[in-house]
Design a protein around this ligand. Structure first.
Ligand SMILES: Cc1cc2nc3c(=O)[nH]c(=O)nc-3n(C[C@H](O)[C@H](O)[C@H](O)COP(=O)(O)O)c2cc1C
Ligand SMILES: *[C@@H]1O[C@H](CO)[C@@H](O)[C@H](O)[C@H]1NC(C)=O
Ligand SMILES: *[C@@H]1O[C@H](CO)[C@@H](O)[C@H](O)[C@H]1NC(C)=O
Ligand SMILES: *[C@@H]1O[C@H](CO)[C@@H](O)[C@H](O)[C@H]1NC(C)=O
Ligand SMILES: *[C@@H]1O[C@H](CO)[C@@H](O)[C@H](O)[C@H]1NC(C)=O
Length: 463
């Protein structure tokens, strides 16, 4: 199935895969600055296979959501679709092929047109971490070339987008070259080579000559990797490409620290890069912990500066954004997103009520109610969670502990908390029991004057 819009790996500058770093904001940032292709972080096959694919109309994204805990495992968007490569960690051909099917959607009614959520798929054959090796993934595949080839062949025969792999070099040049030839014979579109052996660390020299030997021996594009120590400015990328004789270059650590390395017209100062990064994090509602981790890597030694020490204290996206004068933008965006969620849920509720009217009487007058939404990201600390707060309030005031009763209607939940002989409930139907209980606790805390109306409004909790 030849497709003329297929991603080409020739003459490209690429953001290399990095666990926890290469979530959507970093990939978009790299594209903004001029990267031609962006890899995701390595995602383990099991993890992806436990996800369901969901189109998110609020964010205009496609989300792969963990069925067990509801977390977003992989979020992607139209802007990156022609350039994003999904990297998989796997040790099994059929599981790898199943993951490939997950990001492949056949949506044309005639069944002719094939669509993918990503532009390419890469198999990680270079990760030297214990968990990968023990699991037979990553670099463990380098000495099991039959299995490595079987994985590539299985994915290639499942999809019509390009498939690649990323390896480390072996002890011997010739051995490395023959491994690469064998892998190339499966029909992969390109191969990424990190010029270090499995047990070598970043302090060891990158063996550019080995990459060069492979590049000369193969017909498919070879992507050189491992040069970050010598890549300080844009021109160094070209130098690395020349010494390795490669078609393309893939950069990890230099981009992690200062993503503007991809800018042809020179790097930006780190604070500017952080601001650009945070814009994407806000727009795609990134998890605060992940945002903090990535920003911290850009800041370097956080313990040495006043800003750094303040930064370490932050726990919400808003708090992080405040430090780069983006707090208001963040609050505004989050509020808008919450409003859309209220609307989405109202529509879902109405749909369900049409099927089966009046599930529960929402206007029972012995219930103190308010329309409040439980927004997980507002409570980073366990003690801040509404239920915990209410429990602690009860203990301090020597009251009997709150009791929750949850009702389910179709796929929506609503909880009533009984506390001190009164009943409280949120008029907002939640997606699960846990959230519904938190919602009723919020309403109860409001009537106990722990939360005031202003707080509920500012944070977009009130519908
Ligand atoms: C924080 C971090 C995470 C990484 N995660 C991955 C990964 O998920 N998959 C992978 O193939 N390599 C991973 N790597 C390795 C890089 O992709 C790259 O091969 C290595 O850092 C050498 O390139 P560099 O000199 O440009 O940094 C990671 C490296 C770093 C620093
Ligand atoms: C889309 O993502 C936002 C932010 O994470 C979330 O609040 C919203 O519920 C999601 N919408 C859908 C339809 O999944
Ligand atoms: C591959 O290497 C691992 C350790 O690095 C070793 O345990 C395993 O036996 C090797 N497999 C083959 C087929 O050589
Ligand atoms: C590697 O291959 C080259 C060319 O095929 C050959 O001349 C050389 O002797 C080989 N080296 C080793 C160490 O096997
Ligand atoms: C990022 O680039 C800027 C501008 O050249 C420089 O001041 C800063 O030190 C760089 N940071 C890192 C970590 O490379």
């Amino acid at each position: 199935m030849e497709n003329n819009k297929q991603l080409s790996y020739r003459n490209k500058i690429i953001l290399a895969p990095m666990v926890k770093i290469n979530t959507l904001p970093m990939r978009l940032l790299a594209l903004d600055y001029g990267a031609d292709i962006v890899y995701t972080e390595e995602l383990i096959d099991y993890k992806l296979l436990n996800c369901h694919r969901k189109v998110n109309d609020t964010l205009n994204s496609v989300d792969f959501i963990d069925k067990s805990d509801g977390t977003v495992v992989f979020r992607t968007c139209p802007r990156e679709k022609p350039f994003v490569v999904l990297q998989i960690g796997t040790n099994d051909p059929s599981r790898a092929a199943m993951v490939a099917k997950l990001v492949y959607v056949e949506y044309d009614l005639t069944g002719v047109r094939l669509e993918y959520d990503v532009a390419g798929i890469d198999i990680n054959m270079g990760c030297p971490k214990g968990f990968s090796l023990k699991g037979g993934m990553g670099a463990a595949l380098l000495n099991q070339s039959d299995k490595a080839c079987a994985i590539l062949s299985a994915v290639i025969s499942t999809v019509s987008i390009p498939v690649t792999c990323k390896i480390r070099i072996l002890r011997d040049i010739n051995e490395t070259v023959s491994l690469c030839k064998k892998l190339a014979a499966t029909g992969i579109a390109a191969i990424g080579i990190h010029g270090r052996r499995i047990h070598e660390r970043p302090i060891h020299e990158n063996r550019n000559n080995v990459i060069k030997a492979v590049s000369e021996a193969l017909e498919i594009p070879v992507i050189a990797n491992g040069g970050s120590k010598d890549i300080k400015v844009y021109e160094d990328i070209e130098k690395f490409k020349i010494v390795t004789g490669c078609s393309s270059v893939m950069i990890a650590r230099s981009a992690e620290k200062n993503c503007s390395i991809f800018k042809r017209d020179g790097k930006l100062e780190v604070p500017a890069v952080i601001r650009d990064y945070l814009h994407h994090a806000i727009n795609y509602d990134s998890v605060a912990a992940n945002t903090k981790y990535c920003v911290q890597n850009m800041m370097g030694n956080v313990h040495e500066t006043e800003l750094g020490r303040t930064f370490l204290e932050t726990s919400t996206l808003q708090e992080i954004c405040d430090l780069w004068q983006l707090g208001d933008y963040c609050r505004e965006k989050q509020k808008k997103m919450n409003m859309l969620r209220f609307e989405e849920r109202d529509l879902a509720c109405n749909d369900q009520k049409r099927i089966k009217p009046n599930p529960v009487d929402e206007t029972q007058d012995d219930i103190n109610s308010l329309k409040c939404m439980y927004i997980r990201s507002l409570y980073p600390m366990p003690e801040d969670l509404p239920k915990t707060k209410l429990l602690n309030w009860a203990k301090t005031h020597r009251k009997p502990l709150p009791k929750y009763h949850t009702e389910q209607f179709e796929k929506l939940f609503k909880s009533i908390v009984t506390f001190d002989n009164k009943k409280y409930s949120s008029l907002f139907w939640e997606k699960n029991k846990r959230c519904a209980e938190q919602g009723s606790a919020i309403v109860c805390l409001y009537f106990l004057n722990v939360y005031d109306m202003e707080y509920l409004k500012i944070n977009g909790i009130l519908g």
